[in-house]
Design a protein around this ligand. Structure first.
Ligand code: 5CA
Length: 439
């Protein structure tokens, strides 16, 4: 992509309304635009990151055996009356009427709708286990939308729903999602720690929140610091095998949000020098809620013994849009964002120091074409801004690599490659730079 043809409305000044660094940097880097309190338009650069995150989540959900579908944002109020949550959900729910005065709502979550889909088709244990998911916009009329996309009113969530014949099978489904979540966040360069948590309006008694540590986070957390060094399962993890050793390893060490924190247990189980009390950002939450929805909504399956019973369910959310802010909170410096390669909007920022110089233009065109051909995403700064402004812009938007090309270097046969995360720079031939970026 050529910057001269791109839409990247960066800001020089710090926006006054932004209280935390990720919100500030997302606005300054031209990633989002606020359209109303807690409602954002995703500009091209931000949208690329959002899509990269969504894709990682998709790949790991698919690997774990979940099936993707897409449910609508609008739902019938009557569906929520069946579960009893229409009234219970309160003012956070955005209620809407259509021209026929039919009551609708903008979905804050999809337990009711997926249960309705499930009960329409699935009648037998033979079709279980089943895990269906989608990535769809949600609306929650939060009392205090804040911190940009971290606590929005409209936000993108991946939500998955599992169906099993009994509690034992449902716990296996829960474990599969637990492991998939470890992988999802690790692939984004995050250390997300599963913590025992409260279930709130979703219900049930088994739940973990996945939380990344950050001073600006909204949740207070207590952890054994050894949990930070636990290994994340590789992509060869066998989802049909026994996952309990992994779950045990991750749940044996103390890690809890302040809502469920138990001081006595913390002090008994964790040596003083390993106790950490800090804050964190909840990037995902998983729930096992048993027959809470299937009982009221009559999602009944026949077991191998011929007896009918309500299906056992769980739900599993990832805050896809919140993650964009969360990753920035975890990875930035004074100059701007530092994207982990897996989610970066482009891998390389190609900087032409002297647009109009025949040699520099030709070298950049050649590098750009070759990188593109090798499948490496490039943002090519072909504008006539001065060098200093180009550098600070590249640092701000945080692409993992900056490839700097100017007439002076070319005379010596070299270009400069800078690693955004380490700040390390090296001078090397254009071919060597290509090799490094494509290998
Ligand atoms: N139905 C369940 C699981 S699918 C559910 O809704 N869970 S949740 O309420 O915990 O939301 C899932 C994830 O969405 C959270 O972990 C969080 O990362 C994200 N999320 C929740 N509320 C917001 C919000 N207001 N803004 C941005 N992200 C949010």
């Amino acid at each position: 992509m050529r910057l001269s043809r791109y839409f990247l409305p960066t800001l020089k000044e710090n926006p006054a309304e932004a209280q935390i660094v990720s919100h500030r940097l997302m606005l300054r880097a031209g990633m989002i635009r606020q359209e109303a309190a807690g409602i954002y338009a995703w500009l091209p650069l931000g949208f690329r990151v959002l899509q990269n995150i969504e894709q990682i989540v998709r790949e790991e959900m698919d690997r774990a055996g979940a099936l993707e579908l897409l449910m609508p944002t609008l739902q019938l109020a009557d569906l929520w009356r069946e579960s009893g949550r229409y009234e219970a959900y309160g003012p956070e729910m955005l209620r809407i009427q259509d021209r026929h005065e039919r009551e609708l709502l903008y979905g804050p979550t999809n337990e009711e709708m997926i249960t309705e889909i499930f009960r329409a088709y699935v009648k037998s244990y033979r079709n279980l286990p089943l895990n269906l998911y989608h990535t769809q916009w949600k609306f929650r009329d939060e009392q205090r939308p804040r911190f940009g996309v971290m606590r929005g009113r409209e936000f993108l969530m991946k939500d998955a729903y599992s169906f099993d014949i009994d509690e034992a099978a449902a716990r296996l489904s829960y474990n599969r999602m637990f492991v998939a979540y470890l992988r999802i966040f690790a692939r984004m360069g995050l250390k997300a720690i599963p913590m025992r948590a409260e279930t709130g309006p979703i219900g049930g008694d088994l739940s973990h929140e996945f939380i990344i540590l950050a001073e600006t986070g909204e949740s207070g957390v207590f952890i054994d610091k050894n949990v930070l060094d636990l290994p994340v399962p590789g992509e060869d993890v066998d989802y049909n095998g026994d996952l309990t050793p992994i779950i045990k390893q991750w749940t044996d060490l103390y890690a809890a949000t302040e809502d469920v924190h138990n001081t006595a247990r913390f002090e008994r189980e964790v040596l003083a020098d390993r106790r950490v009390n800090t804050r964190g950002i909840e990037v995902g939450q998983i729930f096992y809620f048993g027959t809470k929805y299937s009982q009221t909504m009559k999602a009944i399956v026949t077991g191998p013994d011929g007896v009918d019973r309500p299906v056992h369910g769980g739900s599993y959310g990832v805050g896809v849009s919140r993650l964009v802010g969360g990753i920035i909170e975890a990875s930035h410096d004074d100059n701007g964002i530092i994207w982990p390669e897996a989610v970066a909007p482009f891998k390389v920022g190609l900087v032409n120091l002297k647009v109009g110089d025949a040699e520099a233009d030709a070298a950049c065109a050649d590098l750009y074409a070759k990188l593109d051909k090798a499948g490496v995403t490039v943002l090519y700064d072909d504008t006539d801004e001065r060098a200093g402004a180009k550098f600070s812009n590249m640092d701000l938007i945080g692409l993992p690599w900056q490839l700097v090309v100017g007439p002076r270097g070319l005379k010596n046969g070299v270009v400069e490659l800078k690693n955004r995360a380490t700040g390390e720079r090296s001078e090397l031939s254009p071919e060597a730079a290509l090799n490094k970026l494509t290998s």
